[in-house]
Design a protein around this ligand. Structure first.
Ligand code: C2E
Ligand code: MG
Ligand code: MG
Length: 584
């Protein structure tokens, strides 16, 4: 590692970044050379013509050569002015040097060689000097102003560190040069607590101290790499580590920044002990573009923060994006519940002779663009966010209101099955909620069935049984959903006050692929019957599966073969229109 890199290295990087940020359309060296060449040619013509008494013919008009000298003298002065305008400092210096050379030549010509025709040239030079000085002074002022503006745009006011804008620009520049680097996002853990308990002033001072510790590592190149540290916002910092040959070097550098926080921060007699979460992504391995690179490092930082272990450093891996997608679904579900975009579909269940047994209400949700979101995504998301009970209740209320109305308009002997998440079931007022809905929607209790997934029941069987008994006492049916996907044995079902078993689709899928699979399903059905359960086969898609299920004495089926989930209009038509086979 290059130990000679020092504060200057970073200052140079910063200044270069600032320059890049404000890069105006720079005049190429070609313009400078062109002006210089024109100037030299004009000056040679002037020096030849000024002392010549010759007359040249312009068409039929005789013109004295010294008049031509005046024209070229104006051209050469214009070149000097344009150099300052287009070529900045270099143009100014060149102009001054050329004027210094030109001036004694003209003055000498007048006083020594008595070339009085050069006298107007003196005025020309004098005016040029004034123009050059004023133009250059203006350029300096403009540059200072621009620098000030640039600094304001690229520097964080509180800590004096560069800000996120500067860091992105630097990363852009490194990528342009194709050099490997690590993009690191640093977030101070528990910083909100400091702000909340000690106030913003102390919070700001803690941040300033952290910034200065980070800065001294970067400035003195303590980690041995060329680092650029900036503050993005709040308690979030960013680090760009250059000149790394391996991931290990990047991690070693990050560890230096982590170690910078081990010492307590003293402010006004208070001691603050902080630590931070570091997420990083590598260019070009993880991404070749700036935006993904930084957002990957943020995803890694959030993940290591979420895990909340003793480790504080994590590299981005693609599976973290799944977590990001989860967040997207999380936001969608909140919005859908708020905007009443949660509805339901009804999937019919039939007995083996194709008589309608009832419907299972399945939650449906649309996002802001009107697209359906998969329940396998939004149900777990709603559980994670503690929104599952409002989601469930929305589905129950809407489905039960529809079903109650349907019952009043028909004499069909059908049930409505609703799914409950165990988190919701455990809510103290779950039984009361259901009681209220039964009354509100006019659905008799014995026409309602509640489905609980088997795996979930195993975790909290004791607590759940009390609730389920209360529901059962009201006459509500209890079904074990997705049976076979958990760890329970059939005997375990004894402890659950249920009367319907729904065999999971995965068993039905393989049932006809081998003798043992078929025997397994057959055994479940026979034992369930012994235990007084009725059995529903889920996910029946093929006629052959139906035939097998009939042959092994299954009670009901639910599946695409006889009925996909239906809109309420289609479900209504199925009941009132007395159709045998629903439209899918
Ligand atoms: P589930 O309770 O096992 O519901 C049956 C799922 O299997 C439904 O998926 C249904 O569309 C699907 N299905 C039924 N027959 C077939 C078939 O023949 N082939 C195939 N490929 N699929 C079939 P859906 O609607 O995506 O629901 C998924 C899960 O989400 C449900 O599984 C249930 O556990 C949960 N869920 C749905 N609605 C609610 C709700 O209102 N509250 C709660 N807590 N969970 C719900
Ligand atoms: Mg279900
Ligand atoms: Mg199921």
């Amino acid at each position: 590692m290059n130990g000679s890199r020092d504060e200057k290295g970073n200052t140079r990087i910063m200044e270069k970044t600032l320059e890049d940020l404000a890069r105006r359309r720079e005049t190429s060296a070609g313009v400078f050379v062109l002006l210089l060449v024109i100037y030299i040619i004009a000056a040679i013509i002037v020096s030849r013509a000024a002392g010549s008494g010759e007359i040249v013919m312009f068409g039929s008009n005789p013109i004295p050569m010294y008049a031509i000298a005046g024209v070229f003298s104006a051209v050469s002065n214009m070149c000097l002015i344009l150099m300052v305008v287009f070529c900045g400092k270099a143009g100014f210096i060149t102009s001054v040097i050329l004027i210094m050379i030109q001036l004694p030549v003209i003055v000498g010509g007048i006083f020594v060689l008595h070339r009085y025709s050069s006298i107007p040239g003196i005025f020309g030079i004098f005016l040029t000097v004034i123009a050059v000085v004023f133009i250059y002074r203006d350029r300096i002022k403009e540059k200072e102003y621009l620098k000030h503006i640039r600094e304001q745009a690229t520097r964080d006011v509180l800590t004096g560190l560069p800000n996120g804008f500067a860091s992105t620009e630097l990363a852009r520049d490194i990528i342009r040069r194709g050099r490997p680097f690590a993009a690191v996002t640093i977030d101070i853990n528990g910083f909100k607590n400091i702000n909340d308990t000690m106030g913003f002033d102390k919070g700001n001072r803690v941040l300033t101290e952290i910034a200065s510790r980070f800065k001294s590592i970067a400035d003195q190149s303590l980690a041995g790499t060329l680092d650029f540290v900036s503050r993005i916002n709040g308690d979030e910092f960013s680090l760009i580590i250059q000149d790394i040959e391996s991931e290990e070097e990047a991690v070693n550098t990050i560890k230096q920044y982590e170690a910078a926080l081990t010492e307590k921060i003293h402010i006004d007699g208070y001691d603050f002990l902080v630590n931070a979460s570091f997420g990083y992504a590598l260019y070009p391995d993880d991404s070749e573009d700036i935006d993904p690179l930084f957002s990957y490092s943020v995803a890694a930082m959030k993940e290591i923060k979420r895990i909340n272990s003793g480790e504080h450093i994590l590299r981005f891996t693609p599976d973290l994006l799944k977590t990001r997608n989860l967040l997207v679904v999380d936001n969608k579900i909140r919005e859908a519940i708020e905007k009443d975009m949660v509805g339901f579909y009804l999937q019919p269940q039939f007995d083996m002779s194709h008589r309608l047994r009832g419907f299972e209400a399945l939650a449906r949700m649309k996002d802001a663009d009107g697209n359906f979101v998969n329940p396998e995504e939004f149900i777990p998301s709603a559980e994670r966010m503690g929104l599952i009970d409002s989601l469930d209740l929305t589905v129950y209320r809407k489905a039960m209101a529809f079903f109650g109305d349907l019952l009043r308009r028909s004499d069909a002997d059908i049930v409505l099955c609703i799914n409950v998440s165990v988190k919701h079931l455990m809510k103290t007022d779950f039984v009361e909620e259901i009681k209220g809905l039964i009354e509100e929607c006019g659905v008799p209790a014995d026409r309602l069935e509640i489905e609980i997934t088997e795996s979930v029941m195993i975790e909290s069987v004791e607590k759940a049984s009390g609730r389920l008994n209360a529901l059962k006492d009201m006459g509500i049916g209890i079904a074990i959903d997705d049976f076979g996907t958990g760890y329970s044995s059939l005997s375990y079902l004894n402890s659950i006050p249920s009367d319907i078993l729904k065999i999971d689709k995965s068993f039905i899928d393989i049932m006809n692929t081998g003798d043992s699979s078929k025997k397994y399903v057959e055994a479940i059905i026979s034992l369930a019957h012994v235990m007084d359960y009725r059995v529903i086969a889920e996910g029946v898609e093929e006629q052959a599966q139906l035939e097998t299920l009939k042959s092994i004495d299954c009670d009901y089926i639910q599946g695409f073969l006889w009925g996909r989930p239906l809109s309420k209009e289609a479900a209504e038509e199925l009941v009132l229109g007395k159709q045998d086979t629903p439209v899918s």
